[in-house]
Ligand binder design. Structure first.
Ligand code: KG4
Ligand code: ZN
Length: 347
């Protein structure tokens, strides 16, 4: 019996493991349906204003087995029913990735099932294919995906679950980093993106204006925004030492609308240049309400058909690793037990 036929008549259960940054996560998927998805967040980094790699790897080591046990229990399946183990192979922090890699290899070896390596950035995009009432329609190929996270900002042309091409990317900071750095300047704790989003809902986006970067093609730049916020606040604080506290809602709304406008302008350009009107978003920053609203507006105006992931599949999670594992399983795209993680994005 061929592998393909086998895949069709059997239920496919995949354990997905994510440990690329500061969240340890495990998920179980049955075909494209999530049965369990648990995340152990690491609060330790808050007091340092960012992720401390050594503390992150240590916390992964503590969390990984409890999180996987919880996922298996919640999915109500026995580990012997698993068809394969999929894990994030990169990009990310080496020490963090090594924890997931070593566990996944040992588990696959012990259960004598295939091992699948998953690219974290591709997985953010494939999260849109999880079968969920919030994802009533899977994206239509080809589509463009704005993949925005704490480490990456990309416009990806997606031809199939197996064929993705980056057609634009940041030349310096990522969009999530822009949110987090702006928040840090305002004295907000890490990660500041979600806090800016919350405050922005209470403020006026036109209260302050910040310059847009001049970058060619479909690329982005966010480091200039951080500098202009820094200088703007330095001057304002000279006049009023409570300026940030008194204006935090308007500041957040203005910063958020600037970042969203920069992202949307390039995405419109990409859509015009490629003629592709099916547009998706993925990655942690796709949880941002300003960005989500801008997408909904484009659809309401009749310009695009948009695809927005459910909140829990935006920021780092293992469900996206499990769905990627499912697609790779169908193709028998299995890894050798000698694989090692990679830290920087590669396609
Ligand atoms: O994809 P992700 O969870 O981790 C990485 O792979 O980097 O993305 C995390 C990033 C952080 O920069 C965080 O501040 C940002 O996503 N983020 C947000 C929001 N939720 C998460 N940024 C703006 N608004 C949000 N609601
Ligand atoms: Zn991510």
């Amino acid at each position: 019996m061929g592998g393909h036929t086998l895949a069709k008549i059997m239920d496919i259960y995949i354990l997905g493991i994510e440990s690329s940054c500061d969240d340890t996560s495990a998920a179980i998927i049955k075909d494209r349906k999530i049965l369990a998805n648990f995340i152990a967040n690491q609060h330790i980094h808050k007091e340092f204003g960012g992720v401390v790699p050594e503390l992150a790897s240590r916390a992964h080591q503590q969390n990984i087995i409890p999180v996987i046990s919880k996922a298996l229990h919640a999915a109500n399946i026995h580990k012997n029913q698993l068809s394969a183990v999929a894990f994030t192979n990169g990009p990310g922090l080496l020490g963090s990735l090594l924890v997931g890699t070593s566990f996944a290899k040992s588990f696959a070896l012990a259960l004598d099932i295939p091992l699948i390596t998953v690219n974290h950035m591709h997985a953010h995009i494939l999260a849109l294919f999880i079968e969920d009432e919030h994802h009533p329609k899977a994206p239509v190929f080809p589509f463009l995906c704005l993949t925005v996270s704490g480490g990456h900002t990309q416009i990806v042309r997606v031809e199939s679950p197996y064929d993705m091409k980056v057609i634009g990317q940041t030349i310096d900071d990522a969009a999530g980093e822009a949110f987090d750095k702006a928040a840090k300047i305002m004295g907000l704790p890490y990660p500041g993106g979600p806090l800016i989003d919350k405050l922005a809902g209470l403020g006026n986006p036109a209260a302050f204006s910040f310059p847009h970067p001049q970058v060619g093609g479909l690329d982005f730049s966010f480091s200039g925004l951080k500098t202009s916020i820094l200088y703007f606040l330095r001057d304002k604080l000279k006049e009023d030492k409570n300026f940030i506290e008194n204006n935090k809602e308007d500041l957040s709304a203005s910063i958020q609308s600037t970042i969203v406008a920069i992202l949307m302008n390039k995405l419109r350009k990409a859509s015009n240049e490629t003629g592709i009107r099916h547009i998706a978003m993925a990655g942690g920053v796709s949880a941002n309400s300003g960005l989500r609203n801008a997408f909904i507006q484009e659809q309401a105006n009749g310009n695009w058909q948009v695809y927005i992931p459910k909140f829990e599949y935006c920021t780092d999670n293992a469900a996206m690793i499990a769905i990627s594992g499912y697609y790779q399983f169908l193709r028998k795209d299995f890894a050798d037990h000698s694989v090692a993680p990679f830290t920087r994005y590669r396609s």
